[in-house]
Structures are given as structure tokens and as C-alpha cells.
Design a protein around this ligand. Structure first.
Ligand SMILES: Cc1cc2nc3c(=O)[nH]c(=O)nc-3n(C[C@H](O)[C@H](O)[C@H](O)COP(=O)(O)OP(=O)(O)OC[C@H]3O[C@@H](n4cnc5c(N)ncnc54)[C@H](O)[C@@H]3O)c2cc1C
Length: 122
């Protein structure tokens, strides 16, 4: 298979570039060595914000009487918080997979190639 554009890495830099190239009419593939969505979706922005949301909910519960609500015995379940964070990240990574497919972008396995193995043409 020949491609006009092959994007290495599917983080916030890679996947929008791949989508835009496809929208402009190029035949595009993307190669990701770990998880679709890169650092932002899988380890950085998204999972950390999911953890912050759990902390915020706990904070609300601890101050629920300020809102006229009585809650007793609220406890933090760190395992549950981390599971929610991982589930949110996994869901968004699946969303990237959907976007790539919708934009007709092939996801290729990481090739065991050296630069000398590639052919270029203009
Ligand atoms: C804890 C944390 C919290 C963050 N929170 C925020 C935030 O709230 N807001 C914000 O704007 N930014 C945040 N960031 C920064 C954000 O994650 C990065 O700016 C963003 O991920 C950079 O995108 P990128 O596409 O350049 O690189 P990356 O997201 O790192 O993506 C690069 C991708 O390329 C892949 N790759 C690398 N080499 C190869 C190869 N040879 N072949 C194939 N694939 C390869 C990697 O596996 C990776 O998936 C946070 C970062 C961290 C660590």
C-alpha cells in the first residue's frame, strides 16, 4: 500500500494532522507505538482531570451541609477513582480510533524498518 502521508504518533499533535491531511485528499496512515491519543489522552490531561473531578466530588460531599444536604460516612475509594480515570481515558482513546476510521486513515503496525528500507517518490 502506498501513502501520501504517514504520521508517527497519535497524540494531540499527530491525530489532528492525520485527519486534516485526509480531509485535504491525501491517502494517510498513522503509526502509534503505544496507545491512540498519546500522552494527553492516556496519561496526561484527561486522566488527571478525571482524578481531579473525583477529588472535587469528595470536596462537595464534605461540604454538603453548606448546600442543605446531610451526608454521613463518605470515604475515598482510591481504586475506584483510578478505575474511573482509566475508563475515561480508554473511552477517549476509542474515540480517536473512531475518528481515524471515519476519516479513512489506516492505522499501521509499528514497522521493523530502517529508513533505508523506505522508498520515496515525488
Ligand atoms: C501529567 C500531565 C498532565 C498534562 N495536562 C495537560 C493539560 O491539562 N492541558 C494541556 O494542554 N496539556 C497537558 N499536558 C501536556 C500534553 O499531554 C502534551 O502537550 C501533549 O500530549 C503533547 O502532544 P504530542 O502529540 O506532541 O505528543 P504525545 O501526546 O506525547 O504523543 C506522541 C505519541 O507518539 C507516539 N510515538 C512516539 N515515538 C513513536 C514512534 N517512533 N513510532 C510510533 N509512535 C511513536 C507515542 O507513543 C505517543 O502516543 C499534560 C502532560 C502530562 C504529562
Amino acid at each position: 500500500m502506498a501513502y501520501d502521508v504517514i504520521v508517527l504518533g497519535s497524540g494531540p499533535g499527530g491525530y489532528p494532522a492525520a485527519i486534516r491531511a485526509s480531509q485535504l485528499g491525501f491517502k494517510v496512515a498513522i503509526i502509534e507505538k503505544e496507545s491512540l491519543g498519546g500522552g494527553c489522552l492516556n496519561w496526561g490531561c484527561i486522566p488527571t482531570k478525571a482524578l481531579i473531578k473525583s477529588a472535587q466530588v469528595f470536596e462537595y460531599i464534605n461540604h454538603s451541609e453548606d448546600y442543605g444536604i446531610k451526608v454521613q460516612g463518605a470515604e475515598v475509594d482510591f481504586g475506584g477513582m483510578v478505575k474511573r480515570s482509566r475508563d475515561v481515558a480508554a473511552g477517549m482513546s476509542k474515540g480517536i480510533q473512531f475518528l481515524l476510521k471515519k476519516n479513512r486513515i489506516d492505522q499501521l503496525p509499528r514497522p521493523k524498518l530502517q529508513p533505508k528500507d523506505l522508498e520515496y517518490s515525488r
